[in-house]
Design a protein around this ligand. Structure first.
Ligand SMILES: Cc1cc2nc3c(=O)[nH]c(=O)nc-3n(C[C@H](O)[C@H](O)[C@H](O)COP(=O)(O)OP(=O)(O)OC[C@H]3O[C@@H](n4cnc5c(N)ncnc54)[C@H](O)[C@@H]3O)c2cc1C
Length: 361
């Protein structure tokens, strides 16, 4: 049966950004008129080291995209290295394959064009204005649509930055280095093995200096050569879940977790739930106002946890490295990391919805 659209709307849902968050929103919307916009082809030029939990992918039936599984996470400081058995099995995923699998879940129309902003109740592109009943900003840290409604939304002091390269290198476990260029953990480095290759990158908990020199030094110290470099900013503070009628999701909403810079799980979690809410609304099981309220509530329930992680990020960057090393060691000796990890991973467990989600009208 032809789906009925609201007056003047060409689409049920328009989503700007077709990466983790945007594709997760579109997946539950099969059968609806959905337009996905992205400035680049789907699954190309990732901005991510692609490490996440195996559980997050299994919950969505996406484990086919796993490239390598890791049971241990090692944190290195210049003074100490501490290895934690991962409470949640970690993995590194194939970005192109994950995007293809997610895209195939839905049946959205894809248009390769940059979204330029919101105008006359629609999304402005170089090819004209597209109107939809629901508009979703999943355009990453720049939050292009939301920023056109609220200039100043993207705060430079709420951003970290990261770059990386994927090169031939085999190893086991996920490895982080804290304090790679200063006497505090403001810069971090990582090696995330993914089969025959590894993601090797560096990030800075601030945006005040280019990172390319840091990456080159980090690679040279390990006898590794640089390949193609990519990356971007990483939001480190939660933004509003909605602005007016617009939904924000993934990095556009600041869903990436402070301290760890882990944003894939969050983008998949909030994206999937938002897609389900919009689907319920389009099928008449919920009003648009209730969908907006529930989505905001889902984010608000976690605002305190985001605040804690943001506080932890500040603490980590200020703590002298020898003390940080001892703290990590103590956490390992007393197994304190176990309840911390359980809480950390439990808060955004993909596949679990807040109880209210399916019970409200
Ligand atoms: C170097 C680096 C390494 C990282 N490593 C990890 C990691 O290992 N694990 C982890 O969990 N997180 C990691 N993160 C964070 C993670 O990558 C992000 O949180 C995640 O990509 C967010 O997904 P998203 O879909 O919200 O945004 P993005 O993945 O950034 O996707 C945004 C999409 O919107 C498109 N777009 C942007 N502007 C427009 C526009 N105007 N019009 C149309 N389309 C537009 C982009 O082309 C892109 O496809 C890393 C980040 C960086 C920078």
């Amino acid at each position: 049966m032809e789906h009925q659209l609201a007056d003047g709307a060409e689409y049920d849902v328009i989503i700007a950004g077709a990466s983790f968050a945007g594709l997760a929103v579109a997946a539950p919307l099969r059968g609806k008129r959905v337009l996905l916009l992205d400035r680049k082809p789907v699954g190309t030029r990732p901005t991510s080291a692609c490490g996440t939990t195996l559980q997050a992918l299994q919950a969505l039936g996406l484990e086919e995209a796993v490239q390598q599984i890791h049971q241990e996470v090692t944190l290195h400081t210049p003074y100490r290295s501490v290895t934690y058995p991962a409470s949640h099995t970690q993995c590194v995923l194939d970005y192109a394959l994950l995007c293809r699998l997610l895209q195939e879940r839905g049946d959205a129309e894809f248009l390769q064009t940059p979204a330029l902003g919101l105008e006359q109740g629609g999304v402005r592109t170089s090819q004209g204005i597209y109107r939809g009943r629901f508009l979703v900003d999943a355009s990453g840290w720049r939050a292009t649509l939301a920023s056109s409604l609220r200039p100043g939304l993207v705060r430079a002091d709420h951003l970290s930055v990261g770059i990386e390269t994927v090169i031939p290198h085999r190893q086991e476990g996920l490895h982080f280095w804290l304090g790679i260029s200063e006497k505090r953990a403001i810069d971090i480095g990582w090696v995330f093995p993914a089969g025959d290759v590894s993601h090797v990158g560096v990030a800075r908990y601030a945006r005040n200096r280019p990172l390319r020199g840091t990456l080159d030094r980090f690679l040279a110290e390990r006898g590794l050569e640089c390949g193609e470099v990519y990356g971007g900013a990483i939001p480190a503070a939660l933004r509003p879940a909605t602005i007016g009628d617009l939904f924000l999701v993934g990095d556009a909403a600041g869903h990436c977790l402070p301290t760890t810079g882990e944003g894939i799980r969050a983008a998949l979690f909030f994206g999937t739930h938002l897609g389900q809410l919009l689907n319920d609304t389009l099928e008449g099981r919920m009003t648009p106002a209730a969908a907006r309220a529930l989505y905001r509530e889902m984010v608000e329930q976690r605002r305190r946890a985001y605040g804690w992680l943001r506080g932890l990020q500040g603490l980590v960057t200020r703590t002298p490295l020898p003390l940080l090393g001892e703290g990590l060691h103590l956490a390992e000796l007393t197994a304190l990391y176990k309840p911390v990890f359980r809480r950390y991973y439990g808060g955004l467990a993909v596949g679990t919805a807040p109880a209210t989600l399916h019970t409200r009208p």
